[in-house]
Design a protein around this ligand. Sequence first.
Ligand code: CTP
Length: 395
Amino acid sequence: MGKSVLLIIGGGIAAYKSLELIRLLKTRGIGVRAIMTKAAAEFVTPLSVASLSGEKVHSALFNLTDEVEMGHIELSRSADLVVVVPATADLMAKMAQGLANDLASTTALATDKPVLIAPAMNVRMWQHAATQRNLATLETDGIHVVGPNEGDMACGEFGPGRMAEPVEILAAIEVLLASAPKPLAGRKILITAGPTREPIDPVRYISNHSSGKQGYALAEAAVRMGADVTLVSGPVSLPKPFGVKIIDVQTADEMLAACEKSLPADGAIFAAAVADWKVAHSAANKIKKQKSGEVPTLTFVENPDILKTIATGKMRPQIVVGFAAETEKVIEHAKAKLEKKSCDLIIANDVSEGVFGTNRNTVHLVGKSGVEDWPQLSKAEVANRIMAHLAGLLK
Ligand code: CTP
């Protein structure tokens, strides 16, 4: 039987995003039954929710017809996961206190299923000690939390409190619903992703085209397989994967320091496109144009090789996987990197064909015992297969 979620829609401006979430869930074949608070009906209509979910919408606790058809306790157990979207400050407070004075809060209290909340509220409300206390209580109670993000708010302020986007909530739901085996349970995995930025002066930098997509997909796959994942990420514009500890960095030096701090780990995958060089002395102030038309000369020094440093270091993870971005002699260069950087495995890809920023990748697995050529796959599928391979190597 297909999976299903019970959506509790709270009364906040972000409630409109619940409609998109329902649509996304339905495209994934996930069933949706919804409860709306009284306030939620001020933001989205029960008719929209019913039309998109294809199910009757529940809202009143004391409704004789509803209770005969499906009691509130049964409703709370009817799905594999309960998702509160948006989780308003009021709903979070009620859940943290165990209050049950309407159908939404009663259901959240009565359920024996995992619960995911997507908080959304004004930045001051989010930062208020009371909300933070409630959040801590909910987390201690084992409630899963996705978001909130930082950004512009409907009220005109800026900061944390914006609800996670429907695609991010969907990704979190998929992790929680995954009944797949968890071959990486109990394993600590370190992943690097994205480009690095090496400053020239306060406004300019050297970087590359890496989008971070492959590294982020690896982190998501590892979490789905039960791993405890730390993702050291260069600057990218990707949503933060659910359940992953992210350390944001800019430069190669910062990336190395963050990786070293994240050890020990059972496995490490270095998917970041680290700048090989940095400017020897980045200027403290913006470099100005010269009147005479002279151009500045930049002196470069080599960046640390993060992969090699970790792979040859005292705290080397049991399995170390590197990437090789090549534009020619792909396998030959990858084999050389396997040796030179003391890796157990190199994922080689030909980046001359426009891999950067796309969703697909053609890779070759270069190990000590030989080469495996994989067909062109989505980056998500490449990630699944690499993680399954890593799980096999860790056994
Ligand atoms: N890498 C790293 N630190 C660096 C450079 C690379 O950790 N300073 C890692 C990358 O994350 C990748 C692997 O090393 O896993 C190979 O990266 P790649 O850019 O293909 O190789 P380079 O060592 O930079 O060699 P070249 O640029 O000469 O191909």
